[in-house]
Every structure is written in C-alpha cells, then in structure tokens.
Design a protein around this ligand. Sequence first.
Ligand code: MSP
Length: 697
Amino acid sequence: MSQPDGKSTKPKFYLTTPIYYANSRPHVGSAYTTIVCDVIARYKRMCGYDVAFVTGTDEHGVNIERAAEAKSITPQQLVDQNEKIFRELWKLLGITNRIDDAGEGFVRTTSPEHARAVQTLVRRTMQRSPNAIFKRKYEGRYCIYDNAYVSDTPEPINCPTCGRPAELISEENYFFRLSAYKDRLLDLYKANPKFVQPDFRMNEVRSFVEGDLRDISISRKSIKWGIPWPGDPEHVFYVWYDALTSYMTAIGYGEGDDGEANPQFRKYWTADDAYVMHMIGKEIIRFHAVYWPAFLMAAELPLPKQIFAHGWLLFEQEKMSKSKGNVAYPEPIVKAFDEVTGAKVGNDALRYYLLRETVFGQDGNFSREALITRYNADLANGLGNLASRVLTMIEKYHGGVIAEPGRVVDFGPKFTETYQKTINSYDRLNFSGAVGEILANVAATDSYLTGTKPWAPTVEESQVAAERATILYRAAETVRFLTVLAHPVIPDGTQKIWEQLGQTGELADFRIDQLKWGELKPGTKIGKPEAVFPRVDKKQLSERIEAMENEIRNPGTSTSAGAGAGSAGPSTSLGTGAQNAPATAPATAKIGIEDFAKVELRVGVVKSAERIQGADKLLKLLVDIGDEVRQVLAGIALAYTPEELIGRKVVIVANLAPRKMRGLESNGMLLAASVGPDGKPVLCTFAEDIAPGAKVK
Ligand code: MSP
C-alpha cells in the first residue's frame, strides 16, 4: 500500500470484508476478518486516506432458507435477527465500518438497493457482452453449506471443504461463460502479480485458471429465497453473484441505467485514483480472484486492485466454524475482560491477541489461555506498566509536568528505524511484525529505566536533576511515540495513555505518517496516571468467559438448537452438550478410560415434562434416576412434546455441576444425538426394560 503524496486531495481507499452469512451469529473466526480490516482502515485514515470501509451480511440462499425453516420463522425474520447481532457485535468491537464522507458502511443483500444493483449489473453485462450469459441445463452436485459447486456430474460426492454430502441439482440455469475469460484473467495476473496476496495464493489462483476453466451457473430455479432474474422471475441469482455485487451496492452502485450514476460509486470504484481492496478468508479466493474479476470484465467495470486472502483461525486444529461446533464467541471475551478488570480493555485484548499471535496470511490457533497470557504479558506488564511507571515518576519528581530534558535527547535515529520498520510492516499487512516491533521497544525502554535509574541517577549530585529530566523525557516521548504506532491495533488503551500524557484530541485524527521523535512539548501537564491495562487472574477470567459463552450456547436463551442442559460446552462429545455440533462433528483428541470414568452416566425415566414460559426450546423434566428424582432442563422442545416424553427411558449425565437457566436449576444433562445441519436432538434411549438408576458405562 502506498503512502499519500501530501497533496490536499486525499487519496481514496475502499476496503471490504466479506459479507457474512446471516444464518447464525458471528464467532471469533468471523470477527477476525473484520478486526483485521478495522486495523487497516484505522491505519489508512491515520495516513491521511479518505477511507470507505464496508462490511455486511449475506442474506440469501438455501442455507438461510433451511435455517429459517428449522426455527419455524421466515428467512426474512431470521436474517433480520442475525443482522442485528452482527451490527451489535461490530459496535461492541469498536469497528469503524463507515464511508468517511457518508456514514455507516454496512450492506445487506436483502435490501431493495442491492436487488436493483444485481439486476442492473446483469442487464449491463448482457448489453455489453452479449455472449457472456446464456441458458443451459445444469446437472451436478452442490454444497449448500459452502454454496459451492462440488462437481459438474450427477454422481454422489462429498464437499471437499466441509465433508458433507453435496446435493444433486438438475435444472435449467443461466450460465456465465467463464471459459471465455481465461486469457484475460491470465493477462490480469501477469500485469498485476500482486492482484492476489500473499504470493503463494496468487500462484494457486493462476494454476486454477490455467486448468480447465468451466462456465458457471449464476441462477437457480429450485430456490426461492433470492433476487429474481430480471424478466425471468422463475430464476433467482446464484448467491455468489448476488454476494459479490454487494461490494458495489455498498457504495452506491445500481443507480441509473448503467448503474454508475451515484457519485460515491464513481469516487471509490471507477475514478482513476480509486483503490479497491477485498479482504477475505482463503477458502473463498476463487470467487474473488477468478469469478469476480471476470464478472466485472464482462460488465466493463474496473476491477479491484487487490484481493488479500488470510488464513484461518483454528480451534483445536480445526477451522473454527459454527457448523463444526468448535467456536469461541467474541462477546464473552470482551465483556468478561471489561467486567473482571473494571476497565474497557476487552476489545484491545482480543484485537491485540489476534494480530500478534498469528502471522497474517497463515493459519493461526485460538486459545483462551494464550489470549489471557498475552494480555497480561504484553499489555498489562508491557505497554500499560511502562506508561504508568513513567507517568508516576513524572508526577513524583516533576509535579506532573513534562520537564525540559537536561541535555540533547538523542533517541531520534533509533526511532527513525523503529518507525520505518513498523510502518513498513503495517503497509505489508504484517501485523505481528508491527506489533512485535512496538513491544520490543517497550521492553527496551523498561530496561533503559532499570539501567539509568531515574529515581537515583548515577551522576554527580549537581547533575541529578538534569539527568532525571532527560531520562524521563526520553521515556515519556517513547511512550507517546509507541502509543501512536500502536493505535490502529489497540485503539482504546492507546487513547487513554495519550490523554494521560497530556495530549489532546483523538489519536485517530493524528497523522501517523507525520509522526516525529521529539515533539512531546516540555511544560505539558500530564493527566492522572491510572492503570490502563489492569492485570487479570487467568483462572477467574477464563471461568467468567466460559460462563458467558454458556449463556450464548444455552438453548433456552439463545438462537441455537440442542438438548444440553449441562455446562460441558460445545467441545464435549458427550451428546447434547455438543449442542451446535452436527453428526459430522470433528473427532476430538483421544481421552483415556480414566477420563471417561469421570462422567457418571445413569439410566433415567422421565416422570413429568412441561414447557417453560418464554423459552421456546426448553423443557423442564423431572427424571427418576433410582435414588432420587432430578430436575433437568433440556433444549428439546422443538423436537419432542412434553406428553411423548413421560415414561421414556433416557441417559443422564448425573455428576454435572448444577446450573441455572431462566432462573431454574438444571441438575444433569440428557444425552441426545445431534442430527442434520441444525443439530436436531434425538434422545438416547433403551429398547429393553431397565430400571432407573442403572449405570451406563
Ligand atoms: N458469505 C460468504 C462471503 C461472501 S463475500 C462476497 C462467506 N461468508 S462466511 O460467513 O462464511 O465467511 C465470511 C468470512 O469469515 C470469510 O472470509 C471467512 O474466511 C471468515 N471466517 C469464517 N471462519 C473463520 C475462521 N475460523 N478463521 C478465519 N476466518 C474465518 O463466506
């Protein structure tokens, strides 16, 4: 990414996240892409760019239709519910998705503006490239979960991405003649070798296009939930044609006959100096780096300048994904950090961890433990501690005023290097490099203070005051300098340190590209030194996050399905605790028999069952387990009526710690299979007559 040239007209930068499927709530994996984009957007604004930063929700398609059906609501109701959750999360995470001169940057594919944009784009394409779109019979296998064609022949096959059986599709469709764009795509990659980043992804894309590039179907007859084809409403648009177009809808495409009437669209997309960048996860690269440029070529519209495909956030070695049931959610992390510290640090903690821990572009692991460790080591004991150490000494020795250094301060050259390294890292989207450089300087400044001892400088008595002033000036200026550099990644904490240093205004408005060493003004009155990143107790915080995550997964209080009433969380393989895990849940690590023996499973007989007001998925059961009758809350109300459960033999996890839901105690958990994409619960039972209380082992 290049720097602005300093002219008065700001250079433009249009950045998009993928639009997220609105069939379920976001998890840390989906938040990752958005957080990364937010760091870039903040950084570019600090470099003087006019930034349009847009995210949104992908609201059409068969998986939305089915998810809604399972909940007995309409697709529109489902996406309305989930879209709100996305928006609220982005607010909670301080995401700056806005178009700098025109408000919020959020696009929904069910909006009327978007339908108009998609229809306009296809009409324009048919006018300008009459051979690009044609009708043909399609027979093949399609994965409804990944919205991808898996095979162009009707033989059964599993989706290579998610492993689930792909569905047979046989119908007449509109096709896009992708094969005709092969040479132009290869020319594009040749002329712009950075079109796809990182480089190894560019190579993958090139090889794919060099192979057998097939025409692709871009409409559906079998699906109702989509944008109707103009003049042929029996067809709706294929979700990817629909979704990709949202990048243009978001900035006003679709107005006027050719769609280009909106000035904002012209400014950010078609102007000569427009720079469009799509940030995506690696699994959706083909849609962005092959289909999308070809669609745009056929419509005679400018192409994005760069597609960056990042790696996955893994959880227990698997891609974090709701359909696999191995997810962590951002809200509990942020809220628990804030609650436990009594300070607004959760956002910074999550952002810092995600960007520091993973080499951007490659896969990375997510672990709650590592997140908390990083926070304590780098933010609490690192930057936060350095700031409060320096500020406290300024208060103590200089009455809370930045003192004139006693002699020439010569940190400049060192910081020119730090500055260059950090900025170069940001420009190359090497976030762990940028943050690593900043943290290395925090550590160096700590050692500098320890070595120079501003509380008792080892100089002649007459020089002590001047030496102390010099040391503290250097240290304070270093903190100011590093605070500016770290701002795009940790916006909340750096703003607080900025203010404590007596600096005014929003750090976000500071020009990072004009940052210079030595501009901290002597005489500045500092604010009250306060711990910006209070240390946390790992166990306490971890338990709090887990409890809050449970609230999200709890079937009685959230949108997810399942029967579990225990606190085991989603990674257990013991039946209904794995509420979101379908039958194809990934195999977890092997356990020893002694681990299994810790779980007390007993036969129970349901004595009574009733619905719980206000919790449409929960049933309250009394279960006889031989020596006692337990009250168990189970999220099975959508699959079983209370009546059919009376007398039923079930398997209960008898030694789970009791927990409260909806104010009622649940004392145990029923085992159930989790079936189909929506995890429909099917209770485990016995064919033989068996007394309640018998051990299951
Ligand atoms: N709706 C499509 C995108 C259409 S864009 C025109 C889609 N949606 S998604 O919700 O499945 O994924 C959105 C983004 O979240 C993708 O970039 C994906 O890579 C990212 N992530 C989802 N899970 C992730 C991880 N576990 N790790 C990192 N990113 C992940 O695809």
